[in-house]
Design a protein around this ligand. Sequence first.
Ligand code: PHE
Length: 326
Amino acid sequence: MSLSVFIAELDALASAAAQTFASAADAAALEAARVEFLGAKSGKLKDAQKGLGTVGKDDKPAAGKRFNEVKQAIEAAFAEAQTRLDASDAPVAAGPPFDPTQPGRRPRIGHLHPLTQTIEDLKEIMGRLGFSVAHGPEIEDERHNFEALNIPQAHPARDPLENFYLATAEKISGAPMLLRSQTSTVQIRVMENKKPPVRIISLGRVYRPDTADATHYPMFHQIEGLLIDKHVTMADLKSTLRMFASSYFGGEVHIRFRPSFFPFTEPSVEVDMQWNDRWIEMGGAGMVDPNVLRAVGYDPDEVSGFAFGLGVERVCARRHQVTDIR
Ligand code: PHE
C-alpha cells in the first residue's frame, strides 16, 4: 500500500469516528461506537494498523507518525463524547428565572365523553361522504314525530305509555308535545324546508320510557341519515352504510339487511354489522316511503331516497368494548 492511500484511509477513519461519537445519543450508543472504532480485537483502528505493515520501508516512519496522530484524535473524540453525555445526565441547568407573578398553567384533566367522541367521529365520517349535519328540537309535536312519518293515530308507537308526553309543553303550545322518540323527526324538518337533493345526518338525544338495563336507557342517541335525489336505490343505502361502518370500526365490515317494517320506509330493513366475527344490530333503515315524500311536498315519481337510524350507544359501546351502557 502506498503512503498516500494509507493516510487517506486513516483520515477517512478519523472523520467517521468523530462523527459517530458526536452523534451518539446515549451511553449505549457511545459504547457501541467505541467498540466499532477502538475495539481491541476487531475495531476499525486495529484494522487500519495492519496497513502499516504494507507501506514501503522508507515511508514507515511517516506512516507510523500519522497513525499515532489519528489514534489520539479518535480517542480524544471519544473522550469528548463521554464528557458530553455525562453532562446531560447531570441535573438540568436552571432555565429562565422563575416569575411568580405569571398565571399558572392548568394541567389538563379528563376528556370528552365517549359518546361525544363517537358523535364527532360519525359526523366526520359522514361529512366525508358528503352529508351535512342538521339539527332538530328534542321537544316535538306529533306531526314531526309521527304523522308526517306516516305513523297513524292508532299505531302502537303513539301509545302514551311508549312516549314521554309533556303536559306543560302542551299547555304552552296548545297541542300535544313530547320528547322526540326518534331522530327521524329531523328528516321531516329538513325536507319541509329544502328542495331535493338532500343529504343530511342528524345526531342527538331521543327518549323512550324503557327500563334501564345493559342495552336500554330512557334517553339515548341516534344518528339519522337521509339522502334524497333522483334514482337513489337500496344499493346506495347499503354501500353508504358499509363505508360508514368500515371507516368507524376500521377494516372490512360487512352489512346485513333483514326485512323489517317502519311506517316511513318501504321496503324497510334492520341493519346488522359484522365486526370481529359477530353480528351486531345497529338500527333500522329503508327507502323513504312515498307517503313521507308527499307529506313534505316532494314528488315520489321524481325523487327517491333512503333513510337510516342507528343507535350511537351501540356503535360506541361496541368499539370501546363496553358491555353495559349504564
Ligand atoms: N327511527 C327508527 C327507529 O328509531 C329507525 C329508522 C330510521 C328506520 C330511518 C328507518 C329509517 O327505530
